[in-house]
Design a protein around this ligand. Structure first.
Ligand code: AGP
Length: 619
């Protein structure tokens, strides 16, 4: 059983006019995989490496033609062995050998000692550099391909890697080797004679239409004619390469403002509109092409339990979707955190249970691992995913794409909206199959169709939310409260505040607060309460009274008809009203804006928060 333990982004190119131009663009696109250091090496021209978040400096040097040549490799680092620094950034070089690496080498300390004894010196703390030196050592005696193979055979059995290796004395050649790591994709254009390599297919947009994957356990030498030599170092036959067509529906748009996060939050109305698309109309009801294949429909007829898995923001979306499926379609549903259920004993009947995996990136390691394990148990697997052509949709039996375009900022904002809309569509679709009346269905569809305009209206209060965020940005701790759907929005809002502003925020279902957490409340510990005027509004307001009685300051997100008024210790933000199960799509927006503006007030970059990466392909 493979586990996917690594992040980092990798790219390479052979026989291009200016290799560094392609690699520089790839570094931008692969920033989702890490930004703890960047580097490019071009054959015959050397390398440029920069430390965390310094991509611009590197790209300026590339634009000034400081790296000329036709073949090169590049790397986006997410630090594991050694701190985030220029020194530890890849590529690593030893003699004529240059390497980029994703993974970790379990016996690198022993190998390093052995190589030091042989007289080699090291300039980084990484395990990756050890591999470069090892290949260099064997290359003195062996041809390039054999030298790389011999070095791989020295790696400990639990080492995981994806390598791109270049040799100054073997022009226009890159060797790729992969074991237990994330994919390496490649495409050879026969007309131009260029070969492209990357750990993510989005890098290929604008260059090629199809691509293939380096199979697990394989080593391939690429040259000007594409594949030149292959080897399966697990001892099995070389696997056939399957061709995949690049999905061009998912391309990064222009950055129009200072931050991707702002652009993505601000697109809330369009995001909801795009996620609905033509999948909800009053005359046809809900139409979901992705799951309407006869064999899937047949299996869904027998399902009486949904388990919905995700991580982080996607887990919060999963919780909302589970609640909605129970409420709208009357089918048992619960949400699970993927990383927990990898290790738990979970009892289910595969005939009557379906797993729905929620993910923006489609690559999250914990979800991939859960799916890989549960697949063997025969459970029906569905997905709600944003990025096409990724591992999670490949593992599903059927699914719903979010269709909201790429999300670049590390903090998920528009993806949450896209996921919840798709979950709503699925809940309504299941409801249609299980007796939801046309009148009720159409009432919900109309509410859904009205949501984009309501989402846009929330931005009329942007400056008020900005002022509030600035005012509260100096506090050290925040409590986020809500009930039912909004206990989940509270968790999502608190996650947003933590991950980009580094203010500690704790989220609680509001009724649970009095069982302990209320002890924290004083004038210095404010609370953000999500309390639209719904079935649980009164109950939540009792908790607000309890906080105010203890001198706690509160910010309340509610609706105009709740008739709450702001006072010294209570600030009210009112947003448009909608059906209870749809309201998270609106209430979450002020929490995103609040986190964004608190982050700016503290002087941090909301797009690239410390220690994080967009695609969490590490377990
Ligand atoms: C949220 O802002 C984070 N980016 C993070 O929690 C994210 O939602 C989580 O890592 C899951 O990612 P996925 O949706 O790509 O699977």
């Amino acid at each position: 059983m493979l586990s996917f333990l690594h992040m980092c982004g990798i790219s390479g190119i052979i026989n291009a006019k200016h290799a560094a131009d392609f690699l520089s663009g790839a570094l931008d696109l692969l920033s989702t995989r890490g930004y703890d250091g960047y580097g490019i090496a071009v054959q015959g021209s050397g390398s440029i490496k920069v430390g965390p978040k310094d991509l611009k400096t590197l790209q300026e040097k590339v634009a000034q033609n400081q790296l000329t040549g036709v073949t090169g490799i590049a790397h986006n680092r997410w630090a594991t062995h050694g701190i985030a620094s220029q020194q530890n950034a890849h590529p690593h070089q030893s003699g004529p050998i240059t390497v980029v690496h994703n993974g970790d080498l379990d016996n690198y300390q022993e190998l390093k000692k052995e190589l030091i004894d042989l007289g080699y010196t090291f300039s980084s703390e990484t395990d990756s550099e050890v591999f470069a030196v090892l290949v260099d050592y064997y290359r003195k005696e062996l041809p390039f391909f054999e030298a790389v193979e011999k070095a791989i055979l020295r790696l400990g059995i639990t080492s995981r890697f994806a390598f791109l290796v270049m040799d100054e004395t073997t022009p226009n050649t890159i060797i790729v080797a992969r074991r237990g790591s994330n994919p390496i994709l490649w495409s050879h254009d026969e007309h131009t004679g260029i070969t492209y390599l990357a750990s993510q297919s989005s890098v290929f947009h604008g260059y090629v239409q199809t691509y293939q994957e380096v199979p697990e356990g394989h080593m391939i030498q690429f040259g000007i004619n594409g594949v030149e030599q292959t080897k399966n170092f697990t001892g099995e036959m070389v696997q056939e390469f399957k061709t995949r067509v690049l999905d061009t529906s998912h391309q990064v748009s222009e950055k129009t403002g200072k931050h991707w996060m702002y652009q993505e939050m601000k697109s809330a109305g369009d995001t909801i509109r795009n996620a609905i698309g033509r999948r909800a109309t009053l005359d046809q009801g809900i139409v979901l092409g992705g799951i309407e294949k006869p064999e899937i429909q047949e299996r869904l007829k027998k399902i009486n339990r949904f388990i919905i898995a995700g991580c982080g923001t996607s887990y919060h979306a999963a919780q909302i979707i589970a609640m909605t499926i129970e409420e709208v379609a009357g089918i048992q549903a619960s949400a699970i955190i993927a990383s927990e259920y990898i290790y738990r004993t979970t009892v289910f009947d595969p005939e009557t249970t379906a797993l729905i995996c929620i993910s923006q990136s489609g690559e999250t390691a914990d979800v991939v691992r859960l799916m890989t394990e549960w697949k063997t148990r025969g459970i029906l697997m569905l997905g709600i995913v944003n990025v096409p052509d990724t591992q999670i949709p490949r593992l599903t039996d059927a699914g719903i794409y979010c269709n909201i375009g790429p999300e670049i900022a590390v903090a998920s904002t528009k993806a949450f909206l896209g996921q919840v809309v798709c979950g709503n569509l699925f809940a309504l679709w299941m409801g249609q199959q299980r007796g939801l009346s046309v009148a009720k269905r159409n009432e919900y569809i109309q509410e859904l169709l009205d949501l984009p305009a309501k989402a846009d209206l929330i931005f009329e209060q942007e400056s008020e939310i900005k002022n509030l965020a600035e005012k509260f940005s100096q506090v050290k701790n925040f409590l986020y409260l809500g009930r039912k759907y909004h206990a989940i929005v509270a968790a999502e809002g608190a996650l947003k505040l933590k991950e980009i502003s580094y203010i500690h925020a704790e989220a609680y279902p509001s009724g649970e607060m009095k069982h302990g957490t209320i002890a924290l409340i004083d004038e210095q510990f404010p609370t953000l309460v999500i309390a639209p005027n719904d079935s649980v509004f009164k109950a939540t307001m009792n908790n607000v009274a309890e906080i105010r009685a203890r001198k706690g300051r509160v910010i309340i997100i509610s609706n105009p008809d709740s008739e709450l008024v702001s006072s010294d210790d209570q600030i009210v933000i009112t947003i448009p009203k909608t059906s209870e199960f749809l309201s998270p799509l609106l209430t979450v927006i002020p929490t995103q804006l609040f986190a964004y503006y608190a982050t700016l007030a503290l002087g941090y970059d909301p797009d690239c928060p410390r220690n994080l990466a967009k695609s969490v392909t590490v377990e």
